[in-house]
Ligand binder design. Structure first.
Ligand code: PMV
Length: 309
């Protein structure tokens, strides 16, 4: 049976601002979606991925558009040649962890395997981007890029048809993080559109926020490379303040951030779409990671302990 994996991701710096050409720092995480594809008598999709309640219902139409785009990209006609697609893996699907990109990459790799196309990562990334585009409008491409290549990346979307820029960042050793799950699913496109509408209403303030963000991201990248996690944390807090101002935070996110900071996290911010989804808490060292995860869980939120870099 043909199969493929796509990794989840977390954004350290830059969600939303990346849509406007600002650079972002993101990392793949070890958790992945696995797709298995085989010819069958009828086309069926069996979705065994673990997910937040309501996630699959909220994302149903987005997912159907992703599938349609992937079938077109690979020239597959399931009405003529039915396929059974089984989805599993340990990536817990909710907003903010790149679950739709992980899905697109896993299926692209599985179809590539089934059809014996020998595609390289660049082509897989293009296929996954086509799916993401059909699913959620105008994605920056950061999710599928992390999911395809893995590791820690500096990424900037090329505006006006220019190519994206991507640079791999290496750090001394992986750093522990806790992802705190608000349990709320949001449609990325809706929140991205709201930010665009706000930006049109308050152009001067938005420009200032983008400028502040550009400085924060550049210092964040430097701090990451010199392995100064205290500084990275402070800059993540600064990034969160800018995200609050464009209206993408919510009470549950702020609650998790408060708990993480009270328990010693170096920094904490929303990651991904916002208004729900995950909060990324920077917790260098397994001791701190365990302490912060326990405190977040005690408040009734799910957590995922993983590393970046
Ligand atoms: O919620 P996620 O993991 O799909 O991340 C969305 C990130 C945004 O910057 C809000 C949108 C994008 O296309 O980059």
């Amino acid at each position: 049976m043909a199969q493929g994996k796509g990794f989840g991701k977390t954004i350290l710096f830059g969600e939303h601002f990346v849509v406007y050409g600002m650079p972002a720092v993101a990392s793949a995480i070890g958790d992945y979606t696995l797709a298995e594809v085989e010819p069958s008598k009828k086309t069926e999709i069996i979705d065994n991925r673990p997910a937040t309640e309501g996630y699959k219902e909220t994302k149903r139409e987005e997912m159907q558009r992703e599938f349609g785009a992937l079938f077109r990209f690979f020239g597959v006609k399931p009405e003529k040649n039915p396929l059974k697609i089984t989805l599993s893996g340990n990536l817990f699907c909710t907003s903010g962890v790149g679950a739709s990109a992980a899905l697109a990459v896993s299926i692209s790799r599985a179809l590539n395997d089934m059809l014996g196309l020998g595609m390289d990562d660049e082509k897989i990334n293009n296929a996954a981007y086509a799916a993401e585009e059909a699913g959620s409008g105008k994605p920056s491409g950061i999710d599928n890029t992390c999911s395809t290549y893995g590791g820690l990346l500096w990424f900037a979307k090329g505006l006006g048809g220019r190519p994206n820029t991507m640079k791999r960042l290496s750090i001394r050793k992986p750093v522990e993080i806790v992802l705190g799950n608000t349990g709320i699913t949001q449609e990325t496109k809706v929140v991205v559109d709201d930010v665009a509408a706000w930006g049109k209403e308050s152009p001067d303030e938005f420009r200032q926020i983008l400028d502040d963000y550009a400085e924060t991201a550049s210092k964040g990248k430097q701090a990451m490379q010199s392995f100064d996690m205290r500084k990275v944390g402070l800059l993540m807090d600064r990034n969160q303040e800018l995200l609050r101002r464009v209206g993408v935070s919510c009470n549950e996110i702020e609650n998790i951030i408060g708990i993480a900071k009270d328990n010693g996290a170096a920094g904490a911010k929303l990651t991904g779409t916002g208004r729900g989804g995950y909060v990324i808490c920077l917790t260098p060292g397994e001791g701190l990671q365990g302490k912060v995860a326990k405190a977040i869980e005690a408040a009734g939120f799910g957590t995922l302990k993983t590393t970046i870099g």
